[in-house]
Write a protein that binds this ligand. Structure first.
Ligand code: SF4
Length: 702
């Protein structure tokens, strides 16, 4: 009665770890990293080492629920699955046949699980078939993907992570690799041991990665493109570019050369970025003369207004230096584009009726307020996501969620902030309770997640819920097949995954895609742009109304540049994740929340002094959008004028029931419709006594 089952970490993390789960008499009793997996190499991170406590938590949602209190109050009573699904189907039918039609129904999901089946298959088919509004899933990476693809083309290929131990220079650019890509960090450390590789981190925040790097360049938030352009200025000025690579494989070389020479002198770039001219010059020379050179390019720098252009500017660098020629040389944004799963077959976009409205998920606040074109949103179906905590402009999102005329369904494992606003709550399975297959955005394996245990309580997985709902709606059963069919369809894509037979994947658990032993995507050109070259100058961008050459696009809210803003909101606030949470996942888990401690804001000593704040004080962090309360930390992690509030704590577990996203803007990036989470001017000050949340008023402490 005892077995070991091979599972896959479902979290939105590039490492996509392989997990071995020991099951005894139907109960999972132990879980560990798979020592035989080439990327996991036996280690899970602190988040998932305790996953069994999450799976068997007393706080799991156990049955479907219907709301009996006010919205936001979190009062529910248990109902049967049949009643829950009938209620949803009835309401969807009423709305779909009503005056606004099915576009008044909005699905809302992201990557609470990364599995191909549970994240994006029958859910998409269901809402496409229904004719609901579609959702632009732009909250994380869309700005960078747009900038990267304009430059290197579709597929957005990058460095083979397995080649990283051969590198001699490694830049973590906007990447806290130690925490958010921990197995890649191990490979970086191997490079340091093997070849004396120098590790440099470029980040406005002295993250765990910056602390362990050989050099930390503390750049002003949102000025990364200026740095990249300044580096190119130096490289061209000193004749250190790879002229052969540029002439063979790139467009717009002369235009770029002239552009950076005229517009990005080092002194100007130093003033923009806050770095010294010497730091910029030295880094440029190292980049151009040290090989192999990896730039791990990540998400922090995308969360500003100029995020797309920042990624584009950095993506030009390995073409200028010729770094793509070396194993391990070039940029690594994501490996996700390398997978050629048949997503069309899985999600069936052909079912979307012509003229369907697309809602950018970063504008949920506006969508619920009826401020976007198209019909009002009358129904919201949330799964794999917790928008009341993670969506920007939180106060306005909540104003929308409390609307009495909004019918909200939430499918979840736990009673998150969003669950409190639901009319119907559906209990979800954990990763151990359903089957799935996974790609990755940090390595090249295709992986099978076997079902380790039967669903606990009355939990159902996404695919089962949409099969059942489709039945209630009278949709064609053949559109909603079983998991085995979906797996076969996903693997029927392009040549890299087509060679993997479903039964072989299930047998072997993890199989590398059909790629060369060391993948060097652009060593000899081969860019998937219209010109077939790396487009330093992009006609496509020009046609799309964007500057055709890489530019520095300043942040939307930069207190250093705008006197009006500086007076009211003098601090640029960034909000990367705490190590115990993944977005808001684990925010309700006692083990992780206790280790994460109070919500905190890391400040520069002088900024704190100006406001009369000292370490350990509670402070109000605010702007015109909203406010939250956090403890002041003074630990030298940020420059003057910058602060860092790591998240994401659940609002209902935070003082005053508000979180970091009460201050963030629902504005969009320069391209790709991305979020502006780190482009956020605030004031951080002492709270007046009456402003202290009730739970903190006695002695201002908890
Ligand atoms: S490192 Fe990432 S993929 Fe691995 S266990 Fe942790 S969260 Fe999951």
């Amino acid at each position: 009665m005892s077995k070991t089952v091979r599972c896959v970490c479902p979290l939105d993390c590039p490492d996509t770890c392989s997990m071995l789960v020991n099951v005894e008499n139907g109960r999972a009793v132990a879980l560990r990293g798979n020592p035989d997996h080439p990327f996991t190499r036996g280690a899970l991170c602190g988040k998932m080492n305790h996953y069994l406590e999450v799976v068997y938590s007393e706080d799991r949602l156990r049955t479907p629920l219907k709301r009996v209190g006010r919205k936001g109050e979190g009062k529910f009573e248990a109902i049967s699955w049949d009643e829950a699904l009938d209620t949803i189907a009835r309401r969807f039918r009423e709305i779909a046949t009503g005056p606004h039609g099915p576009l008044a129904i909005l699905p809302y999901s992201y990557y609470g699980t990364m599995g191909k089946i549970q994240a994006a298959s029958l859910d998409r088919r269901f809402f496409h078939r229904l004719g609901a509004s579609t959702l632009g899933r732009t909250i994380c990476a869309s700005a960078g993907v747009a900038g990267y693809e304009y430059t290197v083309g579709s597929g957005r290929f990058g460095v083979d992570p397995y080649a990283v131990p051969g590198c001699r220079l490694i830049l973590n650019w906007g990447s806290n690799t130690v925490q958010t890509n921990t197995h890649l960090w191990s490979l970086m450390v191997e490079a340091r041991k093997n070849n004396g590789a120098k590790i440099v981190t470029i980040d406005p925040y002295r993250s765990e990665t910056a602390q362990r790097s050989d050099l930390h360049l503390s750049i002003h938030p949102g000025t990364d493109a200026a740095l990249a352009l300044g580096l190119m200025h130096v490289i061209f000025a000193r004749g250190l570019e790879d002229a052969d690579y540029l002439s063979r494989y790139c467009t717009g070389v002369d235009e770029l050369k002239r552009h950076v020479a005229e517009n990005y002198p080092v002194s100007k770039v130093a003033a923009i970025t806050g770095l010294s001219t010497q730091e910029i010059e030295e880094l440029a020379v190292e980049l151009a003369t040290t090989r192999p050179c990896l730039i791990r390019l990540n998400y922090g720098l995308q969360r500003h207004f100029g995020g797309g252009m920042a990624v584009r500017a950095i993506a030009c660098l390995p073409a200028v230096t010729g770094a793509w020629r070396d194993p391990g040389g070039g940029t690594l944004l994501t490996t996700s584009g390398t997978y050629d799963f048949d997503d069309h077959a899985l999600t069936r976009p052909d079912l979307i009726p012509p003229g369907t409205r697309n809602v950018n998920m970063n504008q949920l606040a506006e969508a619920l307020a009826g401020e976007l074109p198209g019909p009002p949103v009358q129904a919201l179906y949330v799964y794999n996501c917790n928008p009341a905590a993670v969506a920007p402009n939180q106060a306005k999102v909540v104003q929308g969620l409390v609307r009495d005329d909004l019918f909200t369904v939430v499918h979840e494992l736990f009673a998150t902030d969003t669950v409190d606003y639901a009319d119907i709550v559906l209990p979800a399975t954990s990763q151990l309770e359903h089957e799935d297959i996974h790609g990755s955005y940090g390595h090249y394996e295709v992986m099978h997640n076997a079902k380790a245990i039967e669903p606990l309580h009355q939990a159902k997985c996404n695919a089962d819920v949409f099969r059942a709902l489709a039945g209630k709606m009278g949709f064609e059963p053949e559109l909603f097949p079983d998991d085995a069919t979906l797996i076969r369809e996903a693997l029927g894509g392009g040549p890299k995954v087509r060679a993997i037979a479903p039964e072989d994947l299930i047998e072997r658990h993890s199989v590398r895609m059909g790629l060369p032993e060391v993948f060097m995507p652009y060593a000899n050109g081969g860019f998937r742009t219209p010109s077939g070259k790396c487009e330093l100058y992009s006609e496509r961008m020009k046609a799309d109304g964007l500057p055709p050459l890489p530019e520095y696009t300043p942040p939307a809210e930069n207190p250093r540049d705008r006197a009006d803003l500086r007076e009211k909101f003098p601090i640029a606030l960034v909000s990367p994740p705490k190590g115990q949470f993944l977005n808001s996942t684990f925010g309700g888990n006692a083990f992780h929340a206790q280790r994460a401690g109070d919500p905190s804001v890391e400040m520069h000593e002088e900024d704190a002094k100006t406001e009369g704040l000292t370490a350990g004080d509670w402070a109000v962090v605010e702007n015109d959008r909203g406010r939250f309360v956090a403890r002041v930390l003074l630990n030298g992690s940020v420059s003057k004028g910058v602060a860092c509030a790591r998240g994401i704590h659940w609002s209902k577990r935070s003082p005053g029931r508000t979180g970091i996203n009460s201050t963030t803007s629902s504005g969009l990036t320069d391209m790709g419709g991305g979020a502006l989470f780190f482009d956020n001017a605030v004031r951080i000050r002492k709270p007046k006594p009456e402003e202290m949340p009730e739970e903190l008023q006695l002695g201002a402490d908890r």
